[in-house]
Ligand binder design. Structure first.
Ligand SMILES: C[S@@+](CC[C@H](N)C(=O)[O-])C[C@H]1O[C@@H](n2cnc3c(N)ncnc32)[C@H](O)[C@@H]1O
Length: 343
């Protein structure tokens, strides 16, 4: 990226303005002229309560100027164009409310690929990359073992689409799987806004470079498998699995991630899960609904990879065993139990 990088797209700027209560109602004030270094000094003071002020400022500056880290150091006395200074001023205000940098820029890197994100979707997490790695091992093995037929994959609870898209992109670009051997992928989410994001990311990351491969994607809005009549060879899923009261705590920092993407204690009708009037708070309600449905939607010899996190990996494996699955739990790079495989 160089000096000629345009200002962020309207999408990104709209995203910055997105959670309207945070930013609207205040007409933008033209910030005084400032150099990159002056912005850094001022923003460092303003973001003193952020857990990562230096990194936040660096990412915002790289994004708006198009400069690399070292260019930003070299050009510290360069004056920021007024629209860039204005954008940065608004960005710092938004960050002070707790809004994550990814929602401010509208981008998040996952598995080395640049995903578009808005507060309609969970920001893809590095923890989830282990699921993609395991999925690639599994899918490559299955492609080898079945030269005569195409694999079918479901990315259940797809959100931004990061899992299914990273898998397909990697199969094409890293493993050079030819088009006629690539799997078909069904991306499912209950949220229309999330599904729209998954489609946009598929167009950006697959469609633009590999238009044929885009035709292998199907997008289905559904409450788990309710509207999904098909069976699959591989089901990949990162469902909501965090206990309800823990989600309440997490959301207090202003992160604006959708509760729908986090809270595992939601029933099929979208209500708080209860048993005998007692509100459940173990984060397992969606997973417990999902596993028997998976049983109905997995082809013989099919395999499931489900992220359930340190909160719920063991309980998920135990529940899957109740449904006669054989299970294995994989830790993430930090050694936390993260992904449950069952078949
Ligand atoms: C933890 S996020 C995962 C997003 C993405 N796959 C990732 O790994 O970053 C869970 C997703 O599940 C979706 N979801 C929640 N309840 C659902 C349900 N009952 N049926 C289908 N999708 C659901 C949410 O909208 C959200 O996009």
């Amino acid at each position: 990226m160089g000096e000629s990088l345009p200002l962020p797209s309207n999408d990104a700027v709209n995203c910055l303005r997105f959670p309207s209560p945070l930013l609207t109602g205040e007409s933008p004030v033209t910030p005084p002229k400032m150099t990159i270094q002056e912005f850094k000094n001022q923003a460092t003071k303003e973001l003193s309560s952020s857990p990562s002020p230096a990194l936040d400022i660096q990412v915002l500056l790289e994004y708006i100027t198009g400069y690399t880290k070292s260019q930003i150091l070299l050009k510290r006395d360069e004056e920021l164009a007024s629209e860039k200074a204005e954008w940065l001023t608004q960005a710092i205000k938004a960050r002070k409310t707790g809004l994550p940098i990814a929602y401010i820029t509208g981008h998040k890197e996952f598995f080395g690929y640049d995903f578009l994100v808005t507060p309609a979707v969970l920001i893809p997490k590095p923890d989830t990359e282990i699921l993609v790695e395991k999925a690639l091992d599994l899918i490559l093995e299955k492609i080898d073992a079945r030269p005569d037929s195409l694999l079918t994959i479901c990315d259940m609870c797809t959100g931004s689409g990061c899992i299914g898209i990273a898998v397909m992109k990697n199969l094409i670009e890293v493993h050079n799987i030819p088009f006629d051997r690539l799997p078909k992928i069904t991306m499912v989410d209950i949220s229309p806004a999330a599904l729209e994001m998954a489609e946009k990311n598929t167009e950006k990351l697959i469609g633009q470079e590999h238009p044929q491969a885009k035709s292998l994607f199907r997008f289905t809005r559904s409450n788990l498998f309710e509207q999904v009549p098909w069976r699959f060879d591989v089901i990949l899923t990162n469902p909501p699995y965090i206990p309800h009261t823990m989600v309440n705590e997490l959301l207090k920092d202003g992160r604006s991630e959708p509760r729908l993407a986090l809270d595992g204690d939601i029933t099929e009708t979208g209500d708080r899960a209860k048993i005998n009037g007692y509100e459940l708070d173990d984060g397992l309600t969606i997973i417990k609904n999902l596993i028997p449905q998976i049983k109905e939607h997995l082809n013989p010899k099919g395999t499931v990879l489900m992220e359930a996190g340190e909160y719920n990996a063991q309980a998920t494996a135990a529940w899957a065993k109740n449904w006669a699955f054989k299970t294995q739990i994989y830790p993430d790079l930090e050694g936390q139990l993260r992904v449950v495989e069952f078949k």
